[in-house]
Design a binder for this molecule. Structure first.
Ligand SMILES: NC(=O)c1ccc[n+]([C@@H]2O[C@H](COP(=O)([O-])OP(=O)(O)OC[C@H]3O[C@@H](n4cnc5c(N)ncnc54)[C@H](O)[C@@H]3O)[C@@H](O)[C@H]2O)c1
Length: 324
């Protein structure tokens, strides 16, 4: 059994699963770790006393602490195999250092790793220097349908990619980094061509920004915006030589329209009405934890790392700096 320390006991640490049926896939760290069977939640850190007590009760966590210093005072290095950072983003930087001092086998950090590129770069380097693998929860990297699509695009199964449009809101770093990371996985590295007008739709220090990007082979990628006050929007359209593939509702649904001969106009090629396919996004968090377990037991590569997260954050930061 791998021993886990959870830091920050809010929504992504367990809250989203607290009252959710166990017949549904887990969406949180505690939900996924407890469901997996190969991990034990040994301790947690949460400054809010009531929230900490409720979390310990709900997830059967034996020991709870106010802060990382109290954990270190009570445990020798090596007491935890995995440290999950689910605290507010601003706290991650100092807590990764405190986590490294506890010498875990792996750190699983929520995104964004830190609020700034400089801090994230330094932390990724410190984890590498300490020999501690850093997994970052860019969740869609663990969704089986996303992984299949990435392979199919790479092998040319859909023909050449012509363009892509991703739509997001709630901050270029907070949610835009999920989108940029997903685009990196599907289409490879991208460069910024143009950043548009910043929209302050949720976070005071993290606007939502439209942008035009380009892949290494010159494919245009548009980042389109929605307003966070209306609803959460996270969608992606990829236009290829043989189809238009659309991810909707954050990955809960897909729609694929394939190129066919027009039934009406001889000699024309058009898109068929398409099919709606249920997405596999809800499997992602459970599969993330399974990937951590495989990594710890037989060295399986992590699907989402400090390096992949840093690449996404660098581009998001450039978009934010160049916003008009
Ligand atoms: N991967 C995703 O899709 C996803 C989704 C939601 C949140 N997140 C990320 O997860 C992190 C937490 O978000 P959340 O929505 O769960 O927030 P939340 O506010 O629900 O929970 C954060 C918890 O951390 C506690 N906390 C505050 N300061 C702390 C400290 N110094 N040490 C330990 N705990 C502390 C708070 O009291 C709270 O209980 C953020 O980095 C956020 O960006 C990622």
């Amino acid at each position: 059994m791998h021993q886990v320390l959870i830091v920050g006991c809010g929504n992504i640490a367990g809250g989203f699963d607290a009252d959710r049926s166990t017949s549904l896939p887990p969406l949180t760290h505690a939900g996924a770790f407890t469901r997996h069977g190969g991990f034990q939640l040994k301790a947690c850190v949460e400054p809010d006393t009531e929230r900490r007590a409720a979390y310990m009760r709900r997830w059967g966590v034996a020991r709870g602490f106010d802060d990382m210093a109290a954990v270190a005072a009570a445990h020798p290095p090596g007491a935890f195999d995995v440290i999950s950072l689910c605290s507010p983003t601003a706290a991650h930087s100092s807590q990764i250092d405190a986590a490294l001092a506890l010498r875990p086998k792996l750190i699983f950090c929520e995104k964004p790793v830190t609020p700034t590129v400089v801090q994230t770069e330094a932390l990724v380097q410190r984890c590498a220097a300490a020999g501690v693998p850093l997994a970052v929860n860019h969740t869609r990297r663990w969704a089986p349908d996303v992984q299949r699509l990435a392979d199919e695009l790479k092998t040319g199964a859909w023909g050449s990619v012509r363009s892509a449009v991703g739509t997001y809101n709630k901050g270029v770093l907070n949610n835009g980094s999920h989108l940029v990371d997903l685009l990196h996985l599907l289409l490879g590295p991208m460069s910024l061509q143009f950043a548009g007008a910043a929209l302050a739709d949720h976070w005071p220090d993290d606007p939502t920004v439209p942008a035009l990007l380009q892949t290494a082979s010159g494919v245009p990628v548009h980042l389109n915006t929605a307003h966070a006050a209306d609803c959460a929007v996270f969608e992606l359209q990829i236009i290829t030589a043989t189809a238009v593939i659309v991810m909707e509702d954050g990955g809960l649904q897909w729609r694929v329209r394939r190129v066919i001969d027009s039934p009406h106009f001889r000699g024309y090629r058009v898109l068929d009405p398409g099919e709606r396919i249920a997405g596999e996004y809800l499997q992602a968090t459970g599969r993330a934890v399974a990937n951590l377990h495989q990594h710890l037991t037989n060295g399986q590569a992590l699907a989402s790392t400090g390096d992949t997260a840093l690449a996404a954050q660098r581009l998001c930061d450039e978009i934010r700096r160049k916003a008009i």
